[in-house]
Design a protein around this ligand. Structure first.
Ligand code: F2R
Ligand code: MG
Ligand code: MG
Length: 305
């Protein structure tokens, strides 16, 4: 079992990074895509990933170093890991710069949006917590809330992060799409998530995938958490037994925040299928693959699964 779990931890982190890197060229408008053409490849010719993977790695590095969730340490690593060319959300970038200047994250996170950010930046890094606290739903819920609050204190952002982390934790141990979606419906509290999870459950039960435009219209595709978290969960579960790249084609066709929906769907898909299911040629072109594999290995060693 430990070997299977180790493979799935790597599948989750590498799936997240691959969904992010392969989705990044499709994100944003004309200007953002043009910019990514300039900065989206390393000197060695590898595909770069964006803020989604950077913040996930910062979080994993903190969990490995401390052996627990420590928001002060995580906030420091988020701020130190910030790099403009990884395409952070504008609000998140401001919060991280304030923390880097020495402001407490509790103050910084409310300084940009007093009610907190409702973007998907809290959710995109939450799969790492799903791995660390799989099988312990109450601890998971508490940890996701705390870690989201560092940059994303809005209830929509927190609940989106909880759903993505829970989907990851469930995919790791019981990769049955209908069971996962039913469990997530029991977890959701906010109306918008209840409504979208019901749509996703109906589509999964019918076994028919809607056209890309209807998928985006029904579940959303923007960088708001409420418009991207259920989208990524649905696509991951719909394609759970199909090739990773088929899944990503669906993400790209739905459009919008493609790197982040790809990262979250990739993490859930990878937690269920393991690193062996990921496409080899694309993995070989991914930047810092060894670092990601090592982080997954050490996170696995830090868990009490
Ligand atoms: N930054 C990008 N992509 C750049 C291209 C985006 C393009 N313009 C587009 O609209 O598609 N990607 C990265 O950012 C996303 C994660 O964002 P995060 O960390 O949640 O950022 P932020 O700034 O906190 O929130 C995003 C935007 O949402 C609006 N917003 C959030 N909370 C708000 C509030 N309380 N009141 C008003 N507006 C709020 C703002 O417009 C924020 O800028 C991921 O896609 C990642 O890949
Ligand atoms: Mg990104
Ligand atoms: Mg994005």
């Amino acid at each position: 079992t430990a070997g299977v779990m180790f493979d799935r931890f790597q599948g989750c982190l590498l799936g997240l990074a691959l969904g992010d890197a392969l989705g990044a060229p499709y994100e944003g408008g004309v200007l953002e895509r043009l910019l990514w053409r300039l900065v989206g490849t390393t000197r060695e010719g590898h595909m770069r990933w964006t803020d989604d993977t950077q913040m996930s790695l910062d979080l994993v590095d903190s969990i490995i170093a401390i052996g627990a969730i420590d928001c002060d340490d995580i906030a420091g690593r988020f701020a130190a890991g910030y790099c403009w060319s990884r395409g952070y959300g504008p609000g998140a970038a401001k919060v991280l710069k304030r923390i880097a200047r020495g402001e407490d994250w509790r103050v910084a996170s409310r300084a940009v949006y007093p009610e907190g950010s409702y973007g998907n930046g809290g959710a995109m890094r939450s799969p790492a917590i799903g791995l660390f606290l799989a099988g312990r739903p109450e601890e998971l819920s508490h940890a996701v809330r705390q870690v989201s609050m560092i940059t994303h204190a809005h209830p929509m952002a927190i609940e989106g992060a909880l759903l993505v982390a829970s989907a990851t934790a469930l995919a790791l141990v019981r990769p049955d799409p209908l069971e996962i979606i039913a469990r997530l419906r029991q977890t959701a509290r906010l109306d918008v998530y209840q409504r979208k999870l019901l749509i996703a459950q109906r589509w999964l039960t019918a076994g028919e995938e809607p056209p890309a435009r209807a998928l985006a219209a029904g579940l959303g595709n923007s960088l708001a958490a409420s418009d991207s978290c259920v989208t990524s969960i649905y696509i991951a579960l719909r394609y759970l037994t199909q090739p990773f790249l088929e899944m990503l084609r669906c993400v790209a066709a739905a459009g919008g925040d493609v790197d982040t929906i790809g990262a979250m769907a990739g993490a859930i898909w990878g937690a269920a299928n393991g690193i062996g299911g990921l496409p080899e040629a694309e993995l070989a072109r991914l930047e810092q693959r060894e670092r990601l594999m090592d982080a997954a290995k050490r996170l696995h060693q830090s868990t009490r699964l």
